[in-house]
Write a protein that binds this ligand. Structure first.
Ligand code: NOJ
Length: 476
């Protein structure tokens, strides 16, 4: 495949993380609005009420992205802006807002890449059981249909759901995202399954509607690496891969559930009654056109037989020494590789995982087109006396991952785009605002935007790519 002539260089956001305007424009209440207004598990006591005020300032942010040389912009639609009660009544002001946003992208030469669900469930649906209720599948498809009808003539790149696995993991295993269940395996698999089923149904609807674009799903890349010295390494690999990847990837790409998953869950005493025979046809008809991969880390695992099941997570950064991970009795535990770096929130920085995950996708699933829908680096940051953030660590991190992406492309992987997370600083869920990811610094008190050093680095990188590949007529 090599280097495509038209490669998408963009950046990515999500509605609840950047829009603010939580109670404006006819928006309904979201599960995150409720959670962030007083739940004691909201550790940093922050909310997305205002964030970087993208709802009012999107033109400034898009200008900066355009001036940086980007040609695509990824954002999500807030379900509760379109359907304030989750279903039924449509909020025209919400439709109008996203029409303005899409048009603003298009006039700037930024191809909109639009995600339908990025963690932010309408509160009304959350109260009915959220993604654990099978009826959510049809609610999601009805919402998707409204979006396809309203924006489908202009949006050519759609994603159904952002990180279905990580969403289910945080809402049902870690318990740091609402509705805050902990170590609940039944619910983990049930929620994940319903997301995948809803995604497949929306994909098939999109195809039936004959709109002029393509549709995918966004997975948080979690390729499994088994530590040396692990007992029963193949068993550990299979179980970890079932846990992290296969339900999303096999089902969305090949249209069939991973062989052996349901019997495995049954043997392990996990409720698998969510899987119905009639779903097979839905999966078969709902195969994605492309795969989005949010690439941050791998899953480095080893055997775990002697202790209890336990999840650990760090949403307070340098204030704690906790690393991110899980121990599941008789399955596996996440291991620590002493040779690799971690960020201050305990997540591994491992550029090699970009190459490995892309090659694994190609080996397993052939030439499915891939977009790197997110990659980026979270840091505490303070501007220097000239007001500029010199984020060399971010530049090193992202350059390392991009080099590995190029290596993968050279070896034949079909990668069509890369999105930096994030264009500007925004709300980082339970981590609040101290963990910054932007290429542009946001002073949240004044809403002033100032490009960081990484902004200029990204600009140069995009320019260099274009000079080398687009102008010299690389493969299209
Ligand atoms: C994954 C998610 O899609 C996004 O919402 C999150 O803020 C970033 N990665 C950074 O962790």
């Amino acid at each position: 495949m090599g280097f495509p002539k038209k490669f998408l260089w963009g950046s990515a956001t999500a509605a609840y993380q950047c829009e603010g305007a939580w109670n404006e424009g006819g928006k309904g209440l979201g599960e995150w609005d409720e959670f962030s207004h007083g739940n004691p598990l909201n550790l940093n006591n922050e909310s997305g009420d205002v964030s970087c005020d993208f709802y009012h300032r999107y033109e400034e942010d898009l200008n900066l992205a355009q001036q940086e040389g980007q040609n695509s912009f990824r954002f999500s639609i807030a379900w509760d802006r379109i359907l304030p009660d989750g279903r039924g009544r449509v909020n025209q002001a919400g439709i109008d807002f996203y029409n303005r946003l899409i048009d603003a992208c298009l006039v700037r030469g930024l191809e909109p890449n639009v995600t339908l669900f990025h963690y932010d469930l309408p509160a009304a649906l959350a109260h009915e059981g959220g993604w654990a209720r099978r009826g959510i599948v049809d609610d999601f498809v009805a919402y998707a249909k409204i979006c396809f009808e309203a924006f489908g003539d202009k949006v050519r790149l759609w994603a159904t759901i952002n990180e279905p696995k990580y969403y289910s993991y945080c809402t049902n295993m870690v318990g740091n995202y609402p509705p805050n269940h902990r170590c609940d395996f039944d619910r983990y698999y049930c929620v994940l399954y319903h997301e995948i089923l809803a995604s497949a149904k929306a994909v098939s609807l999109y195809h039936e509607m004959g709109l002029p674009g393509s549709i995918g799903i966004v997975h948080d890349s979690s390729n499994v690496d088994v530590a040396e010295g692990t007992k029963n390494p193949e068993r550990v690999r299979t179980i970890a891969d079932f846990f992290y990847n296969r339900l999303v990837l096999d089902t969305s790409i090949t249209g069939t559930l991973p062989a052996g998953l349901v019997p495995f869950l049954r043997d392990e005493g996990i409720d698998s009654s969510f899987a119905k025979d009639e779903d097979a046809a839905v999966f078969e008809q709902g195969k994605i056109d492309w795969l989005g991969m949010n690439v941050y880390n791998r899953m480095y695992v080893t055997d775990y037989t002697s202790g209890e099941t336990e999840v650990f997570h760090n949403n307070v950064g340098a204030r704690a020494k906790t690393k991110e991970g899980i121990r599941i009795k008789d399955w596996f535990e996440t291991a620590v590789d002493p040779t690799t770096k971690r960020n201050l929130w305990g997540r591994e920085i491992y550029p090699q995982c970009m190459l490995e995950t892309l090659q694994e996708i190609r080996e397993r699933y052939g030439d499915i087109p891939v977009y790197i829908t997110e990659n980026g680096h979270g840091e505490y940051e303070t501007p220097n006396e000239d007001g500029v953030v010199e984020d060399d660590d971010r530049i090193d991190m992202m350059q390392g991952y991009i080099d590995k992406m190029f290596e993968a492309m050279e070896s034949g992987c079909k990668v069509l785009g890369y999105y930096a997370w994030s264009p500007m600083d925004l709300y980082s869920w339970v981590n609040g605002y101290e963990k910054r990811y932007g290429l542009v610094y946001v002073d949240f008190a004044t809403q002033k935007r100032t490009p960081k050093k990484s902004y200029w680095w990204y600009k140069d990188l995009i320019e260099a790519y274009r000079k080398q590949h687009e102008m010299q007529g690389a493969e299209s």
